[in-house]
Structures are given as C-alpha cells and as structure tokens.
Write a protein that binds this ligand. Structure first.
Ligand SMILES: CC(C)(COP(=O)(O)OP(=O)(O)OC[C@H]1O[C@@H](n2cnc3c(N)ncnc32)[C@H](O)[C@@H]1OP(=O)(O)O)[C@@H](O)C(=O)NCCC(=O)NCCS
Length: 329
C-alpha cells in the first residue's frame, strides 16, 4: 500500500508503511535525526535510533515513512500497549519541514492509530522537532496539547569529587541526602506517585496516576535507555535520619559523552516547598560537575511553574520547546 498524498511546486510526497520499506533507506534520515538531537539537546540518540531501526527491520513497528523524490525524508511510528497507544516518533528532516510534508505524515499516523481496535488512550510525549503544522493536525483530531520545555544547564569544571551523605535540618527534623541504593526503588515509586497527584504531568502520562504505573515508569528509567542510561551512583534521595523514611528523589542518567539528564525529580507532597528539591538539585549538579560532566538537562511542563522557576534559578535555560499530546477515546 502506498499513496501519493501531496504535491507542491518542488516535490511530490509519498507515504508508505514502514513495514514495506528497506531499512537501509532510512539511514540518512536517522543520521539527520541523531545529528539534530546532539546539536539541539546535547543527547546522543544513536542507541535508541539503532533499536528503532532493528524493530523496523524485523517488520514489527507500525508507522509510516514519508518519501520525496525517492528519498525518505520523514517517518513516524507507534507502540501498542493493551488499550493505550504511544506515539514513538514523528520526525521530518529539518531541510524538508514544509507544511504539506509534515501534515501528510502526521495525518497518516493519527488516522491509522484511530483505526486500531480497542484503543482508549493515545499519548505522545516524545521530544519532537515538528513545526506548527504538526500541532494543527493533532488539534484537528481533538488531542489535548501540553507545552514542554527541554532545559539545559552548563556545569563548570571542579576537581575534587563530592562524597556525601549530606546533613540537612528542615522543620526540626534531621535529614540526610545520600546516594541511591537499589532498595530505594519501592519507596521512590511511592514518592513519584504521590508527588504527581493533581499535577499536569499525570494528565499527559497516565503511568503517574497509579502506583503500579509509577513502578513501571521507574523500571523503564532504570533498565532501558530511552531516557538515557541510569547512573545510580549519581542519583540521590532525601532520607529522614531518625526513621529512614524517604521524602524526595532525583534520578540521573547519562545521555552523551559529558552530558547528564534528570528524568525524574520528585518530592513527597507534604515535604514540597521546603527546599528539598533545590538542595537535591544543588548536590546532584555539584556531584556531576566534579565527575567531569559539562552539562545536565531535564524536561518540564510549562504549566509546572514552580518547577520551571526552580530550574531557572538553578541555571537551566530552555534549549527546545515541544508539545505533548493526549487523546482519551
Ligand atoms: C518541583 C519539585 C521537585 C520542587 O521541589 P520542592 O522541594 O518542592 O522545591 P523547593 O522547596 O526546593 O523550592 C525551591 C524553589 O522553587 C519554588 N517552589 C517549588 N515548588 C514549590 C511548592 N510546591 N511550593 C512553593 N514553592 C515552590 C519556590 O519558589 C522555591 O523558591 P525559593 O528558592 O525562593 O525558596 C516538587 O515540588 C515536586 O516534586 N513536584 C511534583 C513533581 C514534579 O513536578 N517534579 C518535577 C517534574 S520536571
């Protein structure tokens, strides 16, 4: 199946299912995508990119390729999880970001997803580089849209490694900020779950809505590389010195040679607004720069103004802005 979808003065665009494509024809496009991730986000996307290519080669990834003049200039894909569909990627090479091309690819993707049986929810949280046209297509299909910021902070070099743990006194209680241990997993999932109740992020990602979802989410951060490779030795928790309860957690991954990423910062609601988030960030960033990291990044929802303000004060600046989309059927 293929369809001639759009034409402008310069190009004729074709959309074909990924399963019909010779995977080698994607090489240039995937290289361009990796180059853009590295340039804009300081993120080495080559490992996830290679994995996507392997799944396409195995004929197991639903989605489409966009062709112009016999060259693959864009692609999209999605993953089905029971009643939920996650949009995995929707990318058009920078030099080909024209309205017709982007709209054709986005429409083909959304219409195909909507044809799938038993779908109750569609989420798109991936970092995307599309233009306004992509947003208009999702709006036309009644998706809710959430603005996201990708923020980066440059780290100054330091010589001495940071050891820890660090003592902290808050509300008359003695707290300790110490490095992550494997047995922190269950409590960290609880903290993440509680901290996102009534937060915009749980509208975007329904994993945040349940404890089991937060455990799945944390497992994927720790075990897979979609958000970078987990660095347990650079992840931290805030623990009560007297009863060993945990109140906050920061998870750190590595996304390129000298760049780290914080895929999760979470403070239990009854401990929010007391300086724990700021202190965790300060120590984690200090630790990273003493270990030779040159930058650290994170993604945050624009609506999460407390968090955005905190990150700004810690030195993070917006490097990229992108939308997340959700539709509940
Ligand atoms: C965002 C979050 C990690 C911040 O941690 P925190 O411990 O609550 O923040 P802090 O107390 O260290 O506040 C630091 C600054 O941020 C602001 N702030 C952040 N959260 C606040 C809150 N809930 N109430 C009041 N002020 C808050 C304050 O302006 C404070 O400014 P100051 O430097 O003048 O004191 C925490 O509120 C949280 O877990 N939120 C829910 C989950 C979440 O959104 N995570 C981040 C996703 S990217």
């Amino acid at each position: 199946m293929s369809s001639n979808l759009a034409q402008n003065q310069a190009h004729q665009y074709w959309i074909v299912p990924l399963t019909t494509l010779d995977v080698y024809s994607l090489n240039r496009l995937f290289w361009q995508e990796c180059e853009e991730w590295l340039r804009v986000l300081q993120w080495d996307y080559s490992e996830p990119s290679q994995m996507i290519k392997e799944v396409i080669a195995a004929g197991q990834l639903p989605g489409f390729a966009l062709l112009a003049d016999n060259e693959v200039i864009g692609y999209s894909c999605y993953i089905c999880e029971e009643h939920k569909i996650l949009i995995g990627d929707l990318y058009v090479a920078e030099e080909h970001r024209e309205a017709e091309a982007e709209a054709a690819l986005a429409k083909a993707l959304v219409e195909d997803i909507l044809r799938q049986p038993r779908v109750k929810r569609i989420e798109s949280q991936n970092i995307s580089f599309g233009s306004q046209v992509m947003r208009e297509v999702f709006r036309a299909y009644s998706f809710s849209e959430y603005e996201r910021y990708f923020m980066i902070c440059s780290l100054p070099g330091r010589e001495e490694p940071l050891r820890g743990p660090f003592a902290l006194r808050v509300n008359g209680r003695e707290l300790v900020i110490r490095r992550w241990r494997a047995d922190d997993f269950e409590t960290a999932a609880d903290i993440i779950h509680l901290s996102y109740v009534n937060q915009v992020d749980s509208q975007m990602n329904d994993q945040y809505m349940t404890r089991s979802g937060c455990k799945e989410f944390l497992t994927s951060l720790i075990s897979f590389t979609g958000c970078g490779s987990f660095l347990p030795e650079h992840s931290w928790v805030v623990e009560d010195k007297n009863n060993q309860e945990l109140y906050a957690v920061i998870i750190t991954t590595v996304v390129s040679d000298r760049t780290a990423h914080f895929p999760q910062i979470s403070v239990r609601p009854d401990w929010q607004g007391k300086g724990l988030g700021k202190e965790l960030l300060r120590i984690a960033m200090n630790d990273l720069c003493r270990r030779g990291f040159k930058a650290v990044s994170l993604a945050v929802s624009a609506e999460n103004t407390n968090a955005v303000r905190l990150y700004n004060r810690c030195g993070f600046r917006i490097a990229h802005q992108f939308p997340a989309f959700v539709r509940v059927l």
